[in-house]
Design a protein around this ligand. Structure first.
Ligand SMILES: [Mn+2]
Length: 199
């Protein structure tokens, strides 16, 4: 499944495919661009199959319902919806176009990297673990971005050597997406990625 989102400030491609042999995806994503901001959530339910899907779906639904909220609060909502469900890892990215800043919050193994045209990489500090409905602290970081920056968020179903060169060497997100096609074929897990470019 491929989905695109864009406005005058950014464009993004989301791609998702389930583990071979499974008919549901344990990963879920949500993304939305409005005039003020872009928001994106990617979640990976522990394990795979129906229960993993239910957890990651619940996370994305709560972010969709409350997308105007701050990232830290959204992660807290995500944690709450996992009570009595299987745990999940989550990453939420919110980009403020007028301030040219983004906030990233994450718990678990979903990876994020942003590359600026000046050559700078932004790679927020990972927080180990997963959400399970139990109270916990979340870490969110806010960064400035340059026009032309590209980013990728992906679950652990996508194993790519040299992600830094991938995101810096290709000029457009369509080229990156095309290049990733062969890596989606060799997956051993549910796989989701969102790649975007900021104008
Ligand atoms: Mn996974």
């Amino acid at each position: 499944m491929i989905e695109r989102e864009f406005n005058q400030y950014m464009k993004a491609i989301a791609y998702q495919i389930q583990k071979k042999g499974n008919d549901v995806n344990g990963d879920s994503f949500f993304m939305k661009a409005i005039d003020e901001y872009f928001i994106c959530a990617v979640a990976d339910g522990l394990g795979s199959g129906q229960h993993a899907h239910a957890s990651s779906k619940a996370i994305c639904e709560v972010v969709e319902q409350h997308h105007e909220e701050e990232v830290e609060r959204l992660i807290d909502y995500c944690n709450h919806v996992l009570k009595d469900r299987r745990g999940a890892t989550v990453s939420i990215l919110k980009i403020d176009f007028s301030q040219k800043k983004f906030t990233y919050g994450s718990v678990g193994n979903i990876e994020f990297i942003l590359h600026s045209p000046s050559g700078r990489f932004i790679y927020p500090i990972p927080v180990m673990g997963f959400l399970s409905g139990k109270p916990q602290k979340y870490q969110c970081e806010t960064f400035s971005y340059e026009e032309g920056s590209k980013f990728i968020i992906h679950t652990d179903g996508l194993l790519i050597p040299g992600i830094k060169s991938l995101i810096s060497n290709f000029r457009t997100i369509d080229e990156i997406s095309n290049h990733l096609e062969s890596y989606t074929q060799t997956r051993k897990d549910d796989l989701t990625y969102v790649i975007g470019q900021l104008f």
